[in-house]
Design a protein around this ligand. Structure first.
Ligand SMILES: Cc1cc2nc3c(=O)[nH]c(=O)nc-3n(C[C@H](O)[C@H](O)[C@H](O)COP(=O)(O)OP(=O)(O)OC[C@H]3O[C@@H](n4cnc5c(N)ncnc54)[C@H](O)[C@@H]3O)c2cc1C
Length: 118
């Protein structure tokens, strides 16, 4: 039994039911799922950084555009969102991402280097 259907509880129940194949998982909450604090978060993903000038606004807009582009790629799953986040950061800064994680190969705009492949 998982008590609380916020993102932590939903993630725990998902892991038990889907990840570990448990068939009798129960998730209880007095409220609708994700309605207490979990649906209030992710403001960091939106462009709410006014700053002294337009620099942060431009930076966030570009980062969000890059991330959304990658999230729309075929085969993307929630497990790859952090990879997409790192890829967007590298692309946005003109960097080469150095990792042995081959999942980075799926991002066409990313300059990616696998140090174990040389
Ligand atoms: C305005 C706002 C902005 C935020 N922005 C960000 C952000 O930009 N980035 C970030 O990382 N985080 C952010 N957060 C924090 C983030 O939202 C929370 O840390 C996260 O949602 C907590 O998830 P949770 O599952 O632990 O708890 P909750 O989502 O609060 O879920 C707990 C659940 O447990 C239930 N519950 C409690 N007691 C019982 C009980 N006795 N029996 C049954 N059910 C019970 C509640 O009804 C609720 O549904 C923000 C939070 C707020 C409020």
């Amino acid at each position: 039994m998982v008590v609380g259907a916020g993102m932590a509880g939903v993630a725990a129940a998902h892991e038990l039911a889907v990840g570990r194949g448990m068939r009798d998982v129960v998730l209880i909450d007095e409220r609708a799922p994700l309605t207490l604090t979990s649906d209030k978060s992710s403001e960091c993903y939106r462009n709410w950084w006014p700053g002294p000038d337009a620099t942060m606004l431009r930076y966030m807009t570009r980062s969000i555009d890059l991330l959304e582009e990658m999230v729309a790629l075929p085969g993307m799953t929630s497990k790859l969102i952090m990879d997409a986040h790192l890829a967007a950061f590298a692309i946005g800064h003109g960097l080469t991402l150095c990792s042995s994680d081959r999942d980075f190969a799926r991002f066409p705009k990313l300059r990616w280097f696998n140090p174990l492949a040389v």
